[in-house]
Design a protein around this ligand. Structure first.
Ligand code: NAD
Length: 497
């Protein structure tokens, strides 16, 4: 198998050639106070791609101070139109530089270049969404029953300094949920990207300073979660936290946030049911369900990892599904024809393979995949897309978030059985139903306890509509008007004339 390589642009190449990457504090590139560094790898080859500054508590202190000063400074006086104009410039910037940003992300994170370049429209839509939000922050005037002439109203004010703690699996859009909201509302932020893949965020934030983003409004402290992340979550001068990551880390962040009762937006893990009824259009359901779980090699929070299939079509579906999966091309992420890249790290590869062992040991039937790639791909962290059939909810592969290219096909009998199994999880992020019967589809939508549901499709997200979390998948909307709640607070005002 020969592979081609997407040609990386000059600007992205110059950025990568720096080799070591500093923090971004108060608009400048600065070394970490402690001088430590973290190696970041290209997961397709295992080669070191660069070194990140290992930010710690002292760096977080500097970044929060810069964010606070920016919040109290000139940025306060930017009108909604000024902030919207900045978002318009960001749109232009993104539009012109997306291939560079996507290449950096692909090299650093391992998402196939077709996927990262393909997320351009989604990222641009997010910027457009927040640009429109900038002109839509409003309180109310409210009648009251007070004696005398009293006017009463509410004001929606920017919350202050928001910590943005994000994972490695989708930086190209993860960043806009935070930076877009900060620009729309007049908050400021300290971003803490994941140590595994921070480069595209560093590159983009540097570019944003070139289009007039005021210094201190967006700061980036790279580093480990247990040091930089924890210091940020605890910091008494951080007002809010927008966190995306695992449920386990979410718990730690809730704990750290109690120092000053920070409000949180938490988008956590998932084990989403993708439910296929016998009357579904399998020509659509087979590829739809496969891409719904194997996109980004399964490293997607809302991946449809529990594939519930009505028993009477389970055999036919399983053979059509696995035949389709076997056509998916796994390869180096910079190869434009790769549909699946590697997983993020050797640790993640080992974790995924240990779940494959657990599935086998617990009696699930391995239909296809199950191995790391060898030969010319042995140095990368590749795992074949893996399908288990005959899975039940007692097995670990059906209960735990694997975050890799592994799907469990679980048979069910009827609508009630599908809903029972679908809800048999501590998570509540997403789910889908494939059926030609509107009544079946809407009954399942109604009764699966999850923050987003899809019918006859999987994974569509528009910021205007957004998505939510339920149960242990977190809370606080991403997208929709409610997104800005985490970036604003409401003040009641009484004016005696
Ligand atoms: P993670 O929880 O390990 O890390 C996420 C971020 O938190 C990283 O920046 C990390 O450095 C930081 N962190 C770690 N420990 C910390 C601590 N004690 N205090 C503060 N910050 C800390 O998650 P990950 O492995 O990077 O990403 C995978 C997880 O993210 C999966 O569980 C996935 O489901 C979840 N995820 C959820 C969504 C969503 O929208 N619900 C989206 C993407 C990923």
């Amino acid at each position: 198998m020969t592979s081609q390589t997407f040609e990386i642009g000059d600007a992205a190449r110059r950025f990568l050639d720096r080799g070591s990457h500093r923090l971004i504090i108060d608009g400048g590139l600065v070394e970490a106070v402690g001088g430590g560094t973290i190696e970041t790898f290209d997961p397709s080859s295992g080669v070191v791609l660069g070194h990140l500054a290992a930010g710690e508590a002292d760096d977080v202190e500097k970044a929060v101070r810069a964010a606070r000063a920016a919040f109290e400074g000139e940025w306060r006086h930017w009108t909604p139109y000024d902030r919207q104009a900045l978002l318009f410039r960001a749109y232009q910037l993104l539009n012109e530089n997306f291939d560079d940003i996507a290449s950096i992300e692909t090299l650093d994170m391992g998402a196939p270049i077709s996927r990262t370049r393909g997320s351009k429209a989604a990222a641009l839509r997010m910027v457009q969404f927040f640009a429109s939000m900038a002109l839509n922050i409003r309180g109310e005037t409210i009648q009251n029953g007070l004696p005398g002439d009293v006017t009463t109203m509410t004001i929606r004010a920017p919350a202050g300094v928001v910590a943005g703690i994000v994972p490695w699996n989708g930086s190209l859009t993860a960043i806009w949920w935070i930076v877009g909201a900060v620009m729309a509302t007049g908050c400021t932020t300290v971003l803490k990207p994941a140590a595994e893949a921070s480069l595209s965020i560093l590159y983009l934030v540097e570019l944003l300073h070139g289009i007039g983003l005021p210094k201190g409004v967006v700061n980036v402290v790279t580093g480990h979660g247990s040091t930089a992340g924890d210091a940020l979550a605890r910091h008494p001068d951080v007002d809010r936290i927008a966190f995306t990551g695992s449920t386990e880390t979410g718990r730690r962040i809730i704990d750290a946030s109690k120092v000053n009762i920070k409000r949180l937006q938490l988008e956590l893990g998932g084990k989403s049911p993708d439910i296929v009824f016998a009357d579904a259009d399998l020509d659509k359901a087979v590829p739809g369900a496969a891409l719904g779980v194997f996109g980004n090699s399964g490293q997607v929070c809302f991946a449809g990892t529990r594939l519930l299939v009505q028993r009477r079509i389970a055999d036919e579906f399983t053979s059509r599904f696995s035949a389709f999966v076997e056509t998916l091309r796994v390869g180096p992420a910079m190869d434009p024809s790769a549909q699946l890249g590697p997983v993020i790290s050797t640790k993640q590869r080992d974790t995924v393979l240990s779940y494959v062992d657990a599935g086998r040991a617990e009696g699930a039937r391995l239909v296809t995949g199950g191995n790391a790639l060898t030969g010319q791909y042995a140095d990368g962290y590749f795992v074949q897309p893996t399908v288990f059939a005959g899975v039940d909810m007692d097995m670990r592969i059906a209960r735990e978030e694997i975050f890799g290219p592994v799907v469990s096909i679980i048979p069910f009998d009827d609508v009630e059985d599908a809903i029972r199994i679908g809800n048999q999880t501590e998570y509540g992020l997403a789910g889908a139903v494939w059926s030609r019967d509107v009544s079946t589809a809407l009954t399942v939508v109604d009764r699966i306890h999850a923050g987003v549901m899809w019918v006859n499709c999987y994974g569509l997200i528009d910021p205007l509509v957004g998505f939510n979390g339920a149960k242990m998948s977190g809370y606080g909307a991403k997208g929709s008007l409610a997104h800005l709640d985490n970036y604003l607070y409401t003040k009641s005002v009484y004016v005696q004339r």
